[in-house]
Design a protein around this ligand. Structure first.
Ligand code: ZN
Length: 418
């Protein structure tokens, strides 16, 4: 399958060029100069549009999208244990699938191509990703020790079920230190090593988690996870708000990727992560939305905007986390955290996951430095077309892989039941 994106603006080598992008079987084969013998199966006109790599949402719970707005303005632990958990437990696989597909529709319409998911029902997010054309790294949220083995077995069954789908990958996901005991965390860590999988977890999200950990284990949540050997696996830790200087050193030394979720953290009253310090220490920082139950949108434009602004405010420094840095968090750093090679840049030989933004809207005029425009002006509504794995999944605002009428009908029916 050969796709040609014509007359597109592309940030390249410090300037914005008007160029053409040649794509063959999901890979960008040339930019600007037509490769010999290239005959396009399809041509997408990019006139008046900017090409950026599709975002990588590095922490979400896609099956929870139907829970959007269900427990707003509640204390964090009450939100989790009384608002969310009793309701999510009612979702069966089919309901979780429609909920996850709603998340995929929203993510594509806001320029996202890949997500790292933590779920409670195997298959729903993976199937939604496959059907919508997205890439997903899925992980079964593991809570132990009671029922821990069952959940681990569910993860193994999911891996077996989706064998052969190139765009679906896996991690093992111990939910958090307050929902998994030490023997179970060690067991998951050993399983991850045996299977060659990465770890996806929540870490140091709230003051309660931090204080309880000091009281129970005499160390910080980061020190505790480190002491159990979790970081011997490649790890993506979501949130990481409550960190000491020593914690930052541990995360940097162990190559842990931190997925920051600025809007979820604000909404749940959990604070602002030390992203500027983490980045300075050499930690691979990436950005996620968290779930629609805590955000309440799956919009990476909003996340990178908040990330850049919050760090300037928190550090009293308007140069902290410049636009391009926040953009890298939301693209190439996310791909690195998940372990997908050559994803997150528009360059020859890289994966053809590309979002086209409409520039003929007031907030994008006049058009200046592209990363600044994306970070400080765009709200995501500019997303015009999305190419994932070399295929057009949204063309001029129209989703091609999802029947929206059917989707909204099914989701609204589920919302009534829960
Ligand atoms: Zn989460």
């Amino acid at each position: 399958m050969k796709l040609l994106v014509k007359n597109i603006l592309l940030p390249r080598n410090g300037a914005t060029e008007n160029t053409d992008i040649y794509i063959t079987d999901g890979v960008i084969t040339a930019i600007g100069t037509e490769p010999k013998g290239f005959v396009a199966d399809e041509i997408l006109d990019g006139e008046g549009r900017l090409a950026i790599p599709a975002f990588v949402n590095s922490h979400t719970h896609d099956y929870m999208t139907v829970l959007r707005g269900i427990a707003d303005d509640m204390p964090f632990m009450k939100w989790l244990f009384e608002g969310v958990m009793p309701r999510e437990e009612k979702l069966n696989r089919e309901q979780s699938y429609w909920s996850a597909l709603l998340g995929c529709a929203e993510m594509i319409k806001r320029g996202t191509g890949t997500f790292l998911d933590m779920h409670i029902i195997g298959g729903a997010s993976a199937q939604a990703a496959i059907d919508s054309g997205m890439r997903a790294c899925v992980s079964r949220g593991l809570v132990g020790s009671e029922g821990g083995q069952r959940r681990l077995d569910e993860q193994l069954a999911e891996i077996e079920e989706f064998k052969g789908y190139d765009n679906i990958s896996y991690m093992l996901a111990p939910h958090a230190i307050y929902t998994c005991d030490a023997p179970f965390l060690k067991k998951v860590s050993a399983e991850a090593q045996r299977m060659g999988l990465r770890i996806h977890t929540h870490l140091a999200e709230s003051v309660t988690e931090f204080n309880d950990c000091i009281k129970e284990h005499g160390c910080t949540p980061t020190e505790y996870m480190h002491s159990l050997g979790i970081f011997e696996n490649k790890t993506v830790a979501a949130h990481c708000i409550q960190l000491t200087d020593r914690d930052i050193e541990i995360l940097a030394q162990n190559g842990v990727s931190v997925a920051t979720n600025p809007r979820s953290n604000l909404k749940l009253g959990n604070g602002i992560a030390r992203i500027y310090d983490l980045d300075k220490a050499g930690v691979n920082v990436c950005i996620g939305t968290d779930s629609a139950a805590s955000n309440n949108a799956l919009n990476m434009f909003a996340e990178l905007n908040y990330c850049a602004l919050l760090q300037k405010g928190k550090n009293g420094d308007s140069t902290a986390i410049p636009a391009q840095k926040a953009f890298e968090f939301a693209t190439v750093n996310g791909a690195k955290a998940i372990g997908i090679e050559k994803l997150g840049k528009i360059e020859e030989g890289w994966k053809a996951d590309i979002t086209l933004l409409d520039l003929k809207v007031p907030q994008m005029v006049p058009f200046r430095e592209p990363y600044s425009m994306v970070c400080y002006c765009a709200d995501g509504s500019e997303t015009d077309s999305v190419i994932l794995n070399g295929k057009i999944v949204m063309k001029h605002k129209q989703l091609l892989t999802i029947d929206e009428e059917q989707l909204y009908y099914n989701v609204n029916k589920i919302a009534e039941v829960i």
